[in-house]
Write a protein that binds this ligand. Sequence first.
Ligand code: PMP
Length: 335
Amino acid sequence: MSVLHSISELIGQTPLLELHKLETGPCSLFLKLENQNPGGSIKDRVALSMINEAERLGHLQPGGTIIEATAGNTGLGLALIAAQKGYSLILVVPDKMSREKIFHLRALGAKVVLTRSDVNKGHPAYYQDYARRLARETPGAFYIDQFNNEANPLAHFSTTAPEIYAQLDGDIDAIVVGVGSGGTLGGLQAWFAEHSPKTQFILADPAGSILADQVETGQYGEPGSWLVEGIGEDFIPPLAHIEGVHTAYRVTDAEAFAAARALLQTEGVLAGSSTGTLLSAALRYCQAQTTAKRVVTLACDSGNKYLSKMFNDDWMRQQGLLSRPTRGDLTDFIA
Ligand code: PMP
């Protein structure tokens, strides 16, 4: 193995693991281990792509300031790369976010500005409006705006998609994804439309999100709430190109958390809650097939930041999501 010269070189080229212990019907199911990226999630690719593209387009000058509205994995990815490249990073974060996330971002050198969680789009304290205004008022600042930034899907178009294709010798029947910003879905769909049009896209959506309704009926009603983090929306992210989705599955928190716990106990993969949603949908899709299919899904982030939540039996019981903390709760998933 050669010597690396920057942590950024560890981003991407993630392994693909075939799952053998879960009930996959006639299908082969492969998990792309995005939790192995150095910042712990798929968003490292996107952070690198958006910063490189901002440099290329002249939006960022040496020593400049990057601003984004997020406390999630995008923030961690941006903090990792901003520190490497010598940029200042200001993250505008709603004040309901966990202390661990805020401490982690500050430890990486980001400046975290807390704003109100109880206001909606259009209010000056709403985190996205706040970040946009701050970027306008801060000299040399660039608002990354992942929901409208084409360099977000570009990361998946130019890296994630060709990696999956090469790892499976171009033979992939379906890819199961979730949507937060829509970058993963939009970027993968665009690449596969060109190189493997037979590959279908399956949406894994938390119950309560409006995206599955949009796929099924083209309409949507009132959004609900869900505990799974990083996916599901109350609007249609433009970068997702949701119209390309073949089938959508709605996954409850209980099912998602049980799947993530089963993944750790059976296959040894410590992944986050959105992975539970994707894996549940992938297993349902696989079990519904009558012929052999090759199916891919993603471990979007690491499970270590969920140890006190979905991996904690007490928390699960408090949420009413677990009655017995035994493998017996996982039998639906295990082959
Ligand atoms: N899973 C997790 C844990 C995430 O943080 C995100 C990003 N919000 C996603 C999935 C969804 O990715 P995308 O933004 O590309 O739709």
